[in-house]
Design a protein around this ligand. Structure first.
Ligand code: ADP
Length: 579
């Protein structure tokens, strides 16, 4: 504390320098009025000189407050403080002798004020405190005592006695203030240490959750894929039911893992956002197509209303935007038994914000629960999980994602009437890319006879890929890492390449870049397989020209559809190839 205390005093002295000089000027003028001599001017000059000395002496400490002063330096600082007080209060001694009654009163009050000031601002560094207090006290008590003796006015000794009483009060006040300061500093230090501990514990928890959920996903991938394969075999009714239970349970577990992973990454501050161009109307259209049948199954109408002022294309993180809208729509569908769900999309040009409101005519949320639904693992009532499923993480993740993206997610609701969730996100409107407007007609085809290269370091995953794809009549060449994929791509032309991201020897991104650099497969459609949609460093893959991303556990239908679409060349490209 003491080493730090010197630095603190250095800062305070510097801050107060102008005030001290201003005050000295005022005292000098007052003294001149009372005495009409040259001494106040001389004194003022001396004050300015000693303040300059003070400024120079405390300079190194001001510039490097973290460096503890040496003993010699501390002695210099104390001597400077003493000299300062001696010179500053010298005017009081002069006024005491030459200023008459008013001068004496002025002098004693000024020294008392000075004593109070140094006691309060230097009390945490004892040597400095003594260096300043001792000369002050000498003036304070010395003036009336010397006066009483020299002038032969013993009654003036009473002023000295009053001075002693004043100093005793001062000592009590300073001790009290010192104790309060120390208690406050201890409490602050404790709070800081506790906060650091809590932050470390929270980061460790998030890290642990992220690692665990990531690690559980790989075996879950195998379990779900194996259950998918099992479902295609000849099963009796009971076995089919058991496999369905396996798949349903697996789906719930994977979505919970994804949510926990997302939340722990957000909390650890490791959520990375991507930025790419997204066709808003197309994205909203596909979300509508996805949710319409589910809403209709409950007798609920889903409407999507897009204001004409909404730009066609924007630059944003499409994956995250989709995740938030998906969550809001899934809730709206889940909690609406009849009526309608409306997604209205507006553009606020003044601050370039997309305002998306998802309104439903569902069960609604009581006012006292409305703020809580955005907390992790919060549901309106405990029966929600039993009745509707879910974990209470979706809105917590969505709100934090919105905030990370610079936006907001808010809710309004009336029980029994419905709820409205409003997502507002800043985005940059961009011109529709030329390639987008010229909608490419894709020739739909199956996988029959296609040759596909698949790179994955896990033997189980390779087996699953071949079990899933071979029934479609395609030939699948399996390799174990990126380097082998590059080798294979040199000697044979493939119809599509499936590339895992994380592999030993050479990862998927590097291998894809090398394949794209030249050779037989430089234009072959590449599909990236990711263990986690969040790990996709979209920009890097986009630069490689990846055709699509598939998240593990692999959905067999989506895999086949994506591959078929990738293998089917756009008509004009096909023509070019034939020519
Ligand atoms: P989950 O849906 O997995 O339970 P969420 O975080 O998405 O988790 O939602 C938290 C809770 O908020 C839900 O369990 C539900 O009680 C309430 N809620 C969310 N959306 C709606 C809605 N549209 N209508 C009524 N209640 C809702």
């Amino acid at each position: 504390m003491t080493a730090n205390g010197y630095a603190m005093i250095a800062q305070v002295r510097f801050r107060e320098l102008k005030t001290r000089i201003g005050l000295a000027a005022f005292i000098a003028v007052t003294t001149w009025f009372l005495t009409h001599t040259v001494w106040p001017a001389v004194w003022f000059g001396a004050v300015v000189a000693t303040q300059a000395l003070d400024w120079i002496a405390f300079g190194p400490l001001r510039r490097q407050p973290e460096v503890a002063p040496s003993t010699a330096y501390k002695a210099v600082l104390c001597a400077t403080a003493s000299i300062n007080v001696i010179v500053y209060s010298a005017i009081a001694a002069y006024l005491w002798t030459a200023g008459g009654d008013a001068g004496r009163l002025f002098a004693i009050i000024q020294v008392a004020g000075g004593l109070l000031h140094v006691s309060l601002h230097m009390h945490h560094v004892r040597p400095l405190l003594f260096a300043a207090v001792v000369p002050h006290s000498l003036y304070f008590l010395g003036m009336p005592i010397v006066g009483a003796i020299v002038d032969g006015k013993p009654q003036e000794m009473l002023i000295a006695v009053g001075g002693v009483l004043y100093m005793m009060h001062l000592i009590v006040a300073v001790r009290q203030s010192s104790m309060t300061t120390k208690a406050l500093q201890a409490a602050n230090a404790e709070a800081l240490a506790e906060r650091e501990k809590a932050e470390i514990a929270s980061a460790a928890k998030s890290e642990f959750l992220a690692v665990i959920s990531h690690e559980i996903r790989t075996p879950m991938n195998a379990v779900i894929s194996a259950a998918n394969l099992l479902r295609r075999t000849r099963l009796d009714r009971e076995q089919r039911e058991h496999v369905s239970m396996l798949l349903d349970g697996g789906d719930v577990l994977v979505s919970l893992l994804n949510d926990v992973l997302d939340l722990s990454k957000i909390e650890a501050g490791k959520m990375q956002l991507e930025s790419s161009v997204m066709d808003l109307r197309e994205k909203l259209g596909s979300l509508g197509r996805l949710w319409e049948p589910k809403a209709a199954a409950n007798g609920v109408r889903l409407k999507i209303e897009i204001d004409p002022g909404v730009p066609d294309c924007v630059r944003t993180d499409p994956l995250r935007l989709q995740q938030m809208l998906f969550n809001l729509l899934s809730n709206a569908v889940k909690f609406t038994d009849d009526g309608s769900i409306t997604v209205s999309v507006d553009w606020r040009a003044e601050d370039r914000r997309l305002i998306m409101a998802v309104s439903d005519t569902g069960v609604g949320i009581p006012a006292d629960r409305l703020a809580r639904i955005f907390d992790s693992f919060e549901q309106v009532d405990a029966g929600t999980t039993r009745k509707y499923g879910g974990t209470g993480l979706g809105l917590a993740i969505s709100r934090r994602l919105a905030e990370i993206m610079g936006g907001r997610l808010t809710a309004e609701s009336v029980v029994g009437e419905g709820s409205t969730f409003v997502l507002s996100l800043p985005m940059e409107p961009v011109a529709k890319p030329a390639a987008e407007t010229r909608r490419r007609s894709v020739q739909q085809a199956g996988l029959e006879g296609k040759v596909i290269l698949a790179a994955d370091d896990h033997a189980v995953n390779r087996r699953i890929l071949s079990l899933l794809l071979e029934p479609h009549g395609c030939e699948i060449i399996l390799v174990e890492n990126g380097a082998e994929a590059v080798e294979a791509a040199k000697s044979q032309r493939f119809d599509a390449i499936l590339m895992d991201m994380q592999m030993p020897v050479m990862d998927g991104l590097e291998a894809s870049a090398q394949i794209r650099a030249g050779g037989l497969n430089r234009k072959t459609p590449l599909i990236a397989l990711t263990a986690n949609a969040m790990d996709v460093h979209r920009a890097a893959w986009d630069a490689t020209g990846v055709h699509a991303f598939l998240t593990k556990p692999i959905d067999p239908v989506l895999l086949a559809a994506t591959l078929a679409e990738a293998c089917a060349q756009p008509v004009e490209d096909e023509a070019a190839r034939v020519a």
